[in-house]
Design a protein around this ligand. Structure first.
Ligand SMILES: Nc1ncnc2c1ncn2[C@@H]1O[C@H](COP(=O)(O)OP(=O)(O)OP(=O)(O)O)[C@@H](O)[C@H]1O
Length: 224
């Protein structure tokens, strides 16, 4: 399978700070499921941000969907971003929209009408255990409920690439396994999945690739 994401010797520094990534090489074959681990502060979130085109590398080459990311025009960049579902640590929910509206947003933005997506949104919200919170506003949700809402929003439009940063950090192990099943199901349907996590139990649940970041580089496996 061709790589959906490919990093060649990528470096990233924030402002004038030290290089967080110094020489990161990464490949995400189409249809793969990869966990990304590594110590706190190693650069996992930073690498994910590069993968969803929220940061530009200081050095090196990033290919996304077969294209050199540095050569993308703005519309091309936006088109690629629409193919990526992202779950962030701080959720980024829109506070004045209900849970239902937050999850439906990617479909609404892509021009679909409520009558075409309503059943899918309701089914997914029930599946992630938010069926009773559909009309709630994000500030009234618990951390775990916000996380499940963010995950539902990331997967509703069936993205080609699904990127999640500590997606089970705020939920109990039972819900965590359920969410992992959702990611597996997305992967089975063709999505390429990249999940950053500290949670070794989560990693042990699946027979998936494991990469780790250490000293600015990406290595195979959980530890040396
Ligand atoms: N916006 C920023 N500006 C400056 N430095 C940053 C910024 N974001 C992250 N860093 C620094 O980059 C390094 C890597 O951070 P990053 O969040 O990528 O690590 P991480 O592996 O995801 O950590 P954690 O597991 O704790 O979430 C840290 O030293 C952090 O302080």
């Amino acid at each position: 399978m061709p790589d959906l994401v490919n990093f060649e010797r990528v470096a990233l520094r924030y402002g004038r700070g030290p290089e967080v990534l110094t020489d990161a090489t990464l490949d995400l074959p189409q249809g793969s499921f990869t966990f990304l681990t590594g110590p706190s502060g190693a650069g996992k979130s930073t690498l994910l941000k590069l993968c969803y085109l929220s940061l530009i590398p200081s050095r090196g080459l990033i290919r996304m969907f077969g294209r050199d990311s540095a050569l993308l025009t703005n519309p091309e960049r936006q088109a690629i971003k629409r193919r990526i579902g992202v779950v962030l640590q701080d959720f980024h929910l829109i506070e004045h929209l209900s849970v239902y509206e937050n999850v439906a947003l990617p479909l609404r933005v892509s021009g679909q009408s409520r009558s075409t997506y309503n059943a899918d949104v309701v089914e997914l919200l029930q599946w992630v255990g938010l069926g009773h919170r559909m009309q709630a506003l994000p500030p009234t949700l618990s951390g775990g409920e916000k996380q499940r809402c963010a995950i539902a929003r990331a997967v509703i439009a069936k993205p080609d690439l699904l990127i999640a940063d500590e997606p089970t950090g705020n939920v109990d192990p039972v819900i965590g396994r359920r969410l992992l099943r959702l990611f597996s199901e997305m992967n089975r349907m063709g999505a390429t999945v990249l999940i950053a996590t500290h949670d070794t139990h989560l990693i042990d649940e699946l027979d998936a690739r494991v990469l780790r970041i250490e000293e600015g580089r990406v290595f195979k496996g959980k530890s040396q």
